[in-house]
Design a protein. Structure first.
Lengths: 416, 416
């Protein structure tokens, strides 16, 4: 089965917005065993939308259109689709209620505009949009389907996950595809590729290994394709187990949605322990990652972002002399920060970070990218120096991931 | 003048590689005033390449093909192009010398493969590739041009910058394009659209307004297209000024690369003031945003992420009684947090935030999305309650942006 993706938006063609939507949708469809046969990126012009839809329906079964559904005047997708299918725009009362509800509490908004947003082509099935005003649309045309979603990534993803992907699964006869994942963090892709070189060569044709690198992490996906689920599972499981044992302790999870912080929060909850962080160069990024996990408040006490040295002294109890003699980016200071935050927040565990994220602040002895990380509990401190390449945002991101991974491995010593 | 971009590669359609090439090329062409009219992403299949080239040449003057030029078997672009133009592949001695030179020093490589790489369609102008083995190709077809570059980003960019873009500039008669930007935050796209409704209708055909929404912000772009720069500037400036005055104080910058935190850091530096934050539900996100700006260490003292109530009491000096009688998410507590962080960090300004980001923790009286924000200096505190829709990550992101915008407006009262 083949699919096309059409991305609509001048901002994409101007090169102002990177099209992560088409990329994300490609991933999701590929995981269902659908061949994303082609992608188009076009202007928000009626003729272009119609012509491209013609081309897409010419050789694919499913067309997903992303973008062009906002309330502003440059969005023409909806009326164009109605014209394309030769139907009228009809007011959908349920959608109107949803939009009015979204605006209630605030100034009621422009009622006429809300109504316009609730006008939909008469032949479509409405895809609810919990997070925004523009609903999605599903069109059945004999054996083919056209789906239209808004371009705002979080709205598009919610609608795809909640409604569209499940519907695609039941609507089309898809091959059986089994995916297994191994999540690793703070280890480079090429290092992992070296560990798995022979394993990859040993794979039969129906099993494929993919490296999906993210920020500071690599997701490994083993995919088996076949016709019947149970025999396919029996065939692929030994390969997965072998791969897992080859990678050993660098694997932090088998769940592809797990980030390091999820694993850490779960381990803390299970063991009844708490965590606090003391951050200098990461500026709150580690705390942000941890608190992005729902329920983290049960185990996360908080963080002191000690950007200025005076704060390291006053709030973390780092001795002034240490800062003067060893410098803010040093083993002694990061250890003092870790001990200080445990003392201040009465936490069981701590992460502390200090470093030079750049572009300024580097020296010959301590160039930009020099970072010290400590992880600790009340009895013990582990510390580590890093020399990271790259720019400010990369250094901050890598430091945060490596610090979390250090804590995870510290846990492995102290409880299962 | 119109251009198409064709990206070739299974890894793109599988969703394994994000297509940053097409994005980068779009930017570069747009900056030259070329309308990137459409982009295609296709498999490395001869028929697909031919069909797509037909479509692209049907309505654009310039076609840039990225990818499909490597030495491996799945790269069919070169022979397909020769077939398309009905010419033979001819050995290019200069290219062969370059490839052999690249491999010298290493194991000499496969000489036969090198020779294959140096076989090029007889009708093309060779684009040198300093960083790799696969040369680029420029084809003139009457008034149209087709350019083929390898998919490796660093090689593609080098060839575009050194040879292809300069050649495009002299080869085509390009229009003049002028962009103006207005940046807004914490105001919805539809609210801005309402403010600009009449203005947008008044625009002449050669001036276009685009809404480019990001997380919690909307970038507005006014684009004028013409033949001569000076008269075009004279024509578009009054529109831009009118638009700016209509939006008034909701505009935080005219620089499209500015985020709110850039503006705040600049204002703090200029006035010699410092900032600290006290964050509960945002969990360090505001501090992270601020410290993402290079040089923020000069004005940002730090943050206390007071996730647990005990930390609000111990480190921010929030009275325990207040937490008990008013609750952690209340006007009184957020004001106490703001005053507490100024006291603790001796900062001139402060942001404090407390709220319920969900999914747990909500009640009938204070549902998920209830947030209190305070901005303060040593003399004065402003506070505000929000009722935000959406999920945890959105609530955290919106709260952070609204808090920064509140601080910017607070600044407007206290210094220009």
């Amino acid at each position: 089965m083949k699919a096309s993706i059409i991305s609509i938006g001048d901002e994409l063609l101007f090169g102002q917005t990177l099209d992560t939507n088409a990329h994300w949708i490609s991933q999701k469809l590929s995981q269902l065993g659908i061949d994303v046969f082609q992608r188009f990126t076009i202007h928000d012009l009626a003729d272009e939308i119609k012509n491209t839809l013609d081309k897409a329906l010419d050789n694919t079964d499913l067309v997903i259109i992303s973008g062009g559904l906002g309330p502003t005047q440059d969005d023409k997708t909806k009326s164009t689709l109605a014209g394309y299918f030769n139907v009228k725009l009809v007011l959908n009362e349920e959608v109107l209620r949803h939009i009015n509800k979204l605006f209630s509490g605030h100034k009621a908004g422009d009622l006429e505009r809300n109504k316009q947003q609730a006008m939909l082509p008469g032949n479509c099935t409405v895809i609810p949009n919990d997070l925004g005003t523009a609903p999605g649309m599903w069109f059945d045309i004999e054996h083919q389907c056209v789906v239209s979603v808004p371009g705002v990534p979080i709205e598009m993803k919610g609608m795809m996950n909640n409604t569209i992907l499940p519907r695609i699964k039941t609507h089309f006869a898809l091959p059986v595809l089994i995916h297994f994942y191994l999540m690793t963090a703070a280890v480079g892709e090429s290092q992992i590729a070296e560990m798995l070189q022979d394993f990859e060569k040993s794979l039969p044709g129906y099993i494929k290994l993919a490296y999906l690198p993210g920020q500071g992490m690599v997701k490994l996906r083993l995919t088996a394709k076949g016709e019947h689920k149970i025999p396919l599972l029996h065939a692929v499981l030994p390969y997965f187990e072998r791969m897992k044992s080859m990678l050993g302790h660098i694997v932090y999870s088998e769940n592809q949605d797990d980030r390091l912080e999820h694993v850490i929060i779960r381990k803390l909850k299970k063991s009844g322990n708490s965590l606090a962080t003391a951050e200098s160069c990461t500026g709150g990024t580690i705390a942000k990652k941890i608190t992005s996990v729902p329920g983290s408040s049960a185990v996360f006490k908080g963080s002191i972002v000690a950007y200025a040295n005076e704060i390291k002294i006053a709030l973390l109890g780092v001795p002034e002399l240490l800062l003067k003699t060893k410098g803010a980016v040093s083993k002694e200071v990061v250890i003092a920060m870790a001990k200080g935050i445990i003392r201040q927040m009465h936490s069981d565990f701590a992460i502390a970070v200090t470093g030079i994220a750049g572009p300024g602040g580097g020296s010959k002895k301590k160039p930009v990218g020099t970072v010290w990380i400590a992880v600790a509990n009340k009895q013990e401190v582990h510390s580590k120096q890093l020399s990271l390449p790259g720019k400010r945002t990369q250094i901050i991101e890598w430091t945060s991931v490596i610090a979390l991974e250090m804590l995870r491995r510290f846990f492995m010593k102290h409880f299962v």
